[in-house]
Design a protein around this ligand. Structure first.
Ligand code: SAH
Length: 321
């Protein structure tokens, strides 16, 4: 599955009207603007380190970061001057798209390759693209599901990274690269300072279930058909990631539903300003903000999780209701 998804992103630009799926930054510029202001407030809470690394993992077309930098430039020029832009991206095609919009960035293949120092990291729909392992409980033991040709097969998995317990037929998913990132980032943030904001979709609590999905042309597709031509994704287990980061010495806040998070950051006010300035087409800005925040759309399934240095105050948006 890992190889299939790397091939998928290496071979195409999947976003936007003609693509396989659309993401929050492609729905409205207000999303990246709000995240830019989140980063600016976080920078002030960190004591305005200069220089500071502003990083994004899996930046897609670079839309989120372009919108964030514009908002930062308007609201906090000191942060603009202090920040050094670093992007973590493996797809050569998407790197080229990012370079066109963010020419001053430095690229890396891996979060671990970011230079040392205080960091503010943003990542939208990055973790769900990392490969998962799927296990099924059979006869009191874990079996692992593999793709063989065009079918799933199950093989005994005595090494399953799971407690040796579960209901017959129960499916568990483990995203080992995401857990490794949370642990390494947790240690780095605790030692060198900073904060990482992850937005993705998944449940508020860890639990069993098969969430592997293939998406092609905006529709659910067979995950086994034509490897490399559909986006493979799975729900993100935020609770497990928060636990891994805390065990490494960082603080974790969330997961918080995206609708709550973005509303508290002022998404609706920003959408109203954009609507007022867009004569005749104002309604689309309001509709976009509703799509990102309404519970029946993207507001509840999508969540925000922050990992940060333990001395930082509660991050913007995460204040108790
Ligand atoms: N954040 C963007 C794109 C999300 S799609 C948006 O919200 O629109 C996932 C992104 O992660 C793509 O840019 C993809 O190429 C990148 N990606 C996938 N696997 C990766 C990996 N292992 N390392 C770095 N980037 C990866």
């Amino acid at each position: 599955m890992a190889r299939a998804n790397a091939a998928y992103y290496a071979g195409r630009d999947p976003f936007g009207a003609a693509g396989d799926f659309t993401t929050a930054p492609e729905i409205t510029q207000a999303f990246g603007e709000c995240l830019g202001l989140w980063a600016a407030v976080t920078w002030v809470a960190m004591g305005r380190p200069d220089p500071v690394i502003l990083a994004e993992a899996g930046p897609g077309r670079g839309t989120l970061m372009a919108d964030a930098l514009r908002a930062i430039g308007q609201m906090m020029p000191d942060f603009t001057r202090a920040l050094r832009l670093h992007l973590v991206e493996t797809s050569p095609l998407l790197r080229a798209a990012q370079r066109a919009r963010l020419p001053d960035a430095v690229w890396h293949d891996d979060i671990a390759a970011l230079p040392p120092g205080p960091v503010i990291l943003l990542a939208n729909e990055f973790l769900d693209a990392l490969p998962i392992r799927q296990f099924v409980r059979r006869g009191g033991a874990w079996m692992e599901r593999f793709v063989a040709g065009d079918a799933f097969v199950e093989r005994p998995a005595p090494d399953a990274p799971l407690p040796d317990a579960g209901e017959e037929g129960e499916v568990r998913e483990v995203n080992e690269p995401a857990l490794a990132i949370a642990a390494a980032l947790g240690a780095r943030l605790a030692a060198q300072g900073g904060a990482a904001l992850f937005i993705d979709y998944g449940p508020g609590e860890s639990g069993p279930g098969d969430s592997l999905q293939a998406i092609r042309g905006r529709e659910a597709a067979d995950p086994l058909a034509d490897p490399g031509t559909a986006d493979l994704t799975a729900h993100v287990d935020f609770t497990a990631l928060a636990r891994a980061a805390r065990a490494a010495g960082a603080a974790a806040h969330g997961p918080l539903p995206q609708g709550v998070f973005l509303s508290r950051l002022g998404l609706h006010s920003r959408a109203a300003v954009l609507a007022a300035a867009d004569s005749g087409r104002g309604a689309r800005h309001i509709e976009a903000a509703t799509r990102l925040t309404a519970p029946e759309a993207m507001g509840r399934l999508f969540k925000a999780l922050v990992l940060c240095h333990p001395s930082l105050p509660t991050p913007p948006g995460f204040e108790a209701a």
